[in-house]
Every structure is written in structure tokens, then in C-alpha cells.
Write a protein that binds this ligand. Structure first.
Ligand SMILES: [Zn+2]
Length: 396
């Protein structure tokens, strides 16, 4: 239980006042004085601890997740008929269609991401289906990763300074840093990413938010046997990329950290969807989306079965950018020159989220609104961020 200094001061003050008042009025009756003091003190202590217990057992936990460059087209319509049949992007079209092809977009998306469409769609909200009028866009000018993550995490694009993917420490404060700086949550924030630029995006050295990203191992004195085993496996597993690890490691390092360290705010950044798309490997891109859906399901099942997180946790899931559609080869890439690469999506479920399902009304969201929404959940302030998504969250 956390006891806030401010509340402590109030309590001491109340006890002192009680003492002084009784000392003045009841100087000659020491037994009566002692009893009254005991009653008053117990009374204050009871309400003090009751209110604190409620604050701290109910306070919000947030699991923020990103799927790098997953298109809204696959999220809302499943496998793309123009790509799943295209031998340029799929080695074995028959085998891939057996896994992910169905006659309707609704069935295809449920096949590709069953947790999202069977659970999130019932419990929470899914924004960004442009065919239904729900739109979400980036506000940064670049439509690639560092500017996208900077916008998600700081609530503001910074086109002058955040204009490349190079490993430069972020001059802006992320919501992770803001929450970690608050005395109520100090040491209760962590981030896990597949891409090795995250320690710079989150400015690990300044923010003091621990970031395990790229090919970093779990570190520390009290590692679990699973963490030791993950370290061993990661070292022995060839990765297709130099700067991005396979998501299975990011996921399980994060899950172990949740189990063993109980962070109040964790950020998990999966990366495979983007990198397999850049390869032009539609087979691996769809399978990565499907696996990530199962990772999110595993996180949710963990939360449901853990008393620290159950009923207290809000999931927020989004992407750093979209990808192209026209001409068809632009599905592989993104950036300012690719039409539609600023089109993104957002899903959220859990504590405080109204169960509105797939949003089918005309409404424009922006990526720079996410940080302020997280700030609201933690009752902290973030400067210069976009407006919070107030229609998503229930009133307190
Ligand atoms: Zn990319």
C-alpha cells in the first residue's frame, strides 16, 4: 500500500487538533481523555486506511501494445484477395488460402485475428474501419516508425527534430517517462520492443524507464527460470534482421516481467508485421498478424487470472503507420510518398472502456490523442499532447 505524504500530514494534523481540543476541555478527566483520544484516532485511522486501500488496489494499470505497420485493410477485412493470390508475394498460394481465405471479409478477419474479432469487438472498441466512416490518422509528416512512435508516446508530432529512424535520444518526454516520474508509479513502468531503436525513442537513460529491446537479454539478480531460458534461446536463434528480433522473445520477456514485477504501465512493441511486409512476404506478414493476435490473447488471459491486474487493466493497441494499396506493390512500404500510409487504427478494451464494438459512425481520431488518454487513466498531466479520447473512457 502506498501512503501519500500529503495524506499523512493531514492525518497527523487531525490527531493533533483532536488532542489539543480534548486537552483544553477535559484536563481533569484523564481516563475519559484517553478513551476519547483512542476513539478519535481509531476513527481517523480507519477512514484513512480505507480510502488508501481503495485508491491503490483499484488504481489503473495500462498495457499499451503496438503492431508495427499492420494495415487497417487486413485488420478489418482479413487477407487481401489481390495479395493472397499473388505469386509475387506468396510462395504457396493454396496453402496460405487454406489458412486465411474465406468468402467474406467478416469471416476472413475473424480467421486472421480471432481474439480481436471474438473478444475485443465485444468487450471494447475498434476504430479505423474507413469503409464504415471511422477514421484515424497520423499527424506527423513522415509516416514511418520513429515519428509514429514518438507521436503515440508523447502525444505530439515533432517534425523538426524527429525526422529519421536513427538512434537519437528523444528530446521529448513520453507518457512512460511522465508516469514513471510520478511518485505513485516510480519503478512501475517498463517497455519491451522488438526494434532496437526503442531505448532511444523512450530515452531510457533520461527517463529511467527500463527498456528491453532489440536483442537485449533479461537482466537483473532475480531472474526467473523462464527468463534464463529465454536468454539462452534468444542467443541461439537466428534472426532474419539485424535490428529487429522475432516477436516471440519480446512477448515472453514482457509476460515474464508482468508476472514477476507487476508493472502498472507496460508498453509492448511487436515488430514482425512491418519487417515481413518490407520483404514482400505476404505469407509471413499474415502469419505474424495471426501470432500477434494470439500474444494479445495470452496477455488478456494472464490479466484475467491475476488479482493485481484483473478488472483494473486497460488495453490500448495501435500501430505506428499504415502502408500502401495502390499500386499494389506499395503494400510493402510506407512513408510520405506512399498514399494511405498515414491511415491507422486503434483498439481498446478493459477497465473504463465502453463496449461499443467496431465503430461504424463517422468520427476522426488522431494518433496524438493516445498519450493524453493514458495520462487520464493514471491521473497525471502530459504537456502539449493532443486531446484525450474522452468518448472512449467512462467517466470516473
Ligand atoms: Zn517499416
Amino acid at each position: 500500500m502506498l501512503i501519500k505524504t500529503e495524506e499523512c500530514k493531514h492525518l497527523i494534523l487531525l490527531i493533533l487538533i483532536t488532542d489539543i481540543l480534548m486537552d483544553e476541555n477535559l484536563k481533569n478527566n484523564t481516563n475519559y481523555l484517553f478513551n476519547m483520544r483512542l476513539i478519535f484516532t481509531s476513527f481517523f485511522l480507519f477512514f484513512f486506511f480505507l480510502s488508501n486501500a481503495q485508491i491503490n488496489s483499484d488504481h489503473s494499470k495500462v498495457i499499451l501494445i503496438t503492431l508495427d505497420g499492420l494495415r487497417w485493410q487486413e485488420l478489418f477485412s482479413g487477407a487481401d484477395p489481390q495479395l493472397i493470390n499473388n505469386k509475387k508475394y506468396v510462395d504457396d498460394t493454396t496453402a496460405l488460402k487454406e489458412l486465411f481465405w474465406k468468402s467474406t471479409a467478416k469471416k476472413r478477419r475473424e480467421t486472421l485475428m480471432p481474439f480481436v474479432w471474438n473478444i475485443v469487438a465485444k468487450k471494447g472498441q475498434i476504430h479505423g474501419n474507413r469503409t464504415l466512416g471511422s477514421t484515424m490518422n497520423l499527424t506527423n509528416a513522415y509516416w514511418f516508425s520513429y515519428p509514429g512512435y514518438n507521436e503515440i508516446l508523447t502525444g505530439k508530432s515533432d517534425d523538426e527534430r524527429i525526422n529519421s529512424n536513427s538512434k537519437k535520444p528523444n528530446p521529448n518526454k513520453t507518457i512512460l517517462e511522465v508516469v514513471n516520474t510520478d511518485s505513485r508509479y516510480k519503478g512501475k513502468v517498463a517497455a519491451f520492443g522488438s526494434w532496437d531503436v526503442f531505448p532511444y525513442i523512450i530515452n531510457e537513460s533520461r527517463s529511467k524507464v527500463p527498456v528491453n529491446a532489440g536483442f537485449e537479454e533479461a537482466k537483473g539478480e532475480n531472474l526467473s527460470s523462464n527468463e534464463h531460458y529465454l536468454n539462452k534461446l534468444q542467443k541461439a536463434t537466428p534472426s532474419p534482421w539485424n535490428s529487429v528480433r522475432l516477436d516471440v522473445f519480446t512477448h515472453h520477456y514482457a509476460l515474464e516481467y508482468l508476472k514477476n514485477n507487476q508493472p502498472d504501465f507496460i508498453y509492448i512493441a511487436y515488430g514482425e508485421t512491418d519487417d515481413f511486409a518490407h520483404h514482400g512476404d505476404y505469407d509471413a506478414y499474415l502469419k505474424a498478424a495471426h501470432r500477434t493476435d494470439s500474444f494479445i490473447k495470452e496477455l488478456w488471459e494472464f490479466v484475467e487470472n491475476n488479482p493485481y491486474y484483473k478488472d483494473n487493466t486497460t488495453f490500448i493497441i495501435t500501430t505506428d503507420h499504415g502502408r500502401g494499396t495502390e499500386p499494389i506493390d506499395t503494400w510493402r512500404s510506407h512513408g510520405r510518398s506512399v498514399n494511405g500510409a498515414d491511415e491507422v487504427w486503434l483498439m481498446t478494451f478493459g477497465k473504463g472502456v465502453k463496449p461499443l464494438g467496431e465503430i461504424a459512425i463517422k468520427r476522426q481520431l488522431y494518433t496524438n490523442q493516445i498519450a493524453a488518454s493514458i495520462a487520464k487513466l493514471f491521473h497525471v498531466d502530459i504537456e502539449n499532447a493532443g486531446d484525450e479520447l474522452d468518448f472512449i473512457l467512462n467517466e470516473d
